[in-house]
Unconditional design. Structure first.
Length: 319
């Protein structure tokens, strides 16, 4: 920055992943920038990183390690053309189109959803393949959830207790996938982020209140083919995962004390103009003392824009 003669006073925010070297309380890059270069610089944490770690933290206490199962299934077929050919025969038996299993990379943003989605779309043939070969030729983690089907394979409409966790995790990760797509859109700006985070938080809270764990799980539990103690145990574990997700997201994104909340009033897609009080809050926090934009010019610009916005909306309504 100094070599290029770019003043630190013009830097709005520092964006990086959430490692302590970047945003730690002591001796981090952000703290040094704030204390030595620009006291007004804003911490722009990596929200993809927050979502990724939130999902991992929420699911790590589940009794079925779905992430490990997905990786084990991929590993079985990745290096063996013979095994892939044998698997194709299982697809033929189920009269299904053969689809390759997808690799999940633990360090990649939420690749678990796509890998699990593909695995579950082929779950019948995959189960048949591994159960036919028995425990000696099946990854231990996978056999742990299939061993109770050794004599009779359960149908898709009647998942076992262990399979409920596969379907729950799929639905759980779909919520993250939807939000990640919004966050990563090139049109997403700082003033969009707070509403995106609130939407995610509210969606998880609603699932807790509704005791909703995905449509597959909902239908299975309504059928009543599982013992009550298994239903109760699953419900407790799945609800715990939701609560862990909320606790993590609230820890790393302080909803009530967040720059993005202040900026959110600038999101005109909601069809509302920011109030003068909201704009004065932004001015007071980020533009106070600016010689480039004194307060009287700031408020005058707002008044001009308000007239333009209302006039434009009126024309759209009449058309």
């Amino acid at each position: 920055m100094d070599k290029s003669r770019l003043p630190w006073s013009r830097v709005t925010a520092y964006g990086a992943d959430n490692a302590s070297v970047n945003f730690g309380v002591n001796n981090s890059v952000f703290q040094k920038l704030k204390s030595e270069e620009n006291n007004d610089i804003i911490a722009a944490h990596c929200n993809d990183h927050i979502f990724h770690n939130c999902a991992k933290n929420a699911l790590k206490v589940m009794p079925v390690d779905v992430e490990n199962i997905v990786m084990k299934v991929f590993a079985v077929f990745f290096c063996s053309a013979k095994k892939r050919e044998d698997l194709k025969e299982c697809f033929d038996f189920f009269e299904s189109e053969y689809r390759e299993v997808i690799r999940h990379v633990p360090t990649r943003w939420l690749s678990l959803f796509k890998a699990l989605d593909r695995m579950l779309s082929s779950w019948g043939p995959l189960k048949s393949y591994f159960i036919e070969r028995g425990s000696d030729n099946c990854p231990t983690a996978l056999w742990a959830i299939l061993s109770d089907q050794e004599n009779e394979i359960s149908g898709e409409a009647n998942p076992t207790y262990n399979e409920l966790y596969l379907y729950f995790t799929h639905n759980f990760m779909a919520s993250f996938q939807e939000i990640i797509v919004l966050v990563e859109k090139h049109t997403t700006a700082a003033f969009n982020l707070h509403n995106i985070m609130v939407k995610f938080h509210d969606a998880i809270s609603k699932k807790i209140n509704d005791k909703y764990f995905g449509i597959k799980v909902y239908v299975a539990l309504k059928k009543g083919h599982l013992p009550d103690y298994e239903v109760e145990k699953f419900t407790k574990n799945a609800t715990n995962a939701y609560h862990r997700a909320l606790a993590y997201i609230e820890k790393w994104y302080p909803f009530e004390n967040q720059n993005y909340k202040t900026f959110s009033c600038l999101n005109l897609e909601c069809g509302r103009l920011p109030t003068l009080d909201q704009l004065l809050e932004i001015y007071g926090q980020y533009l106070h003392g600016s010689s480039k934009l004194p307060l009287n010019r700031f408020t005058m610009n707002w008044l001009h824009f308000r007239v333009f916005f209302l006039h434009s909306n009126s024309k759209v309504t009449h058309n």
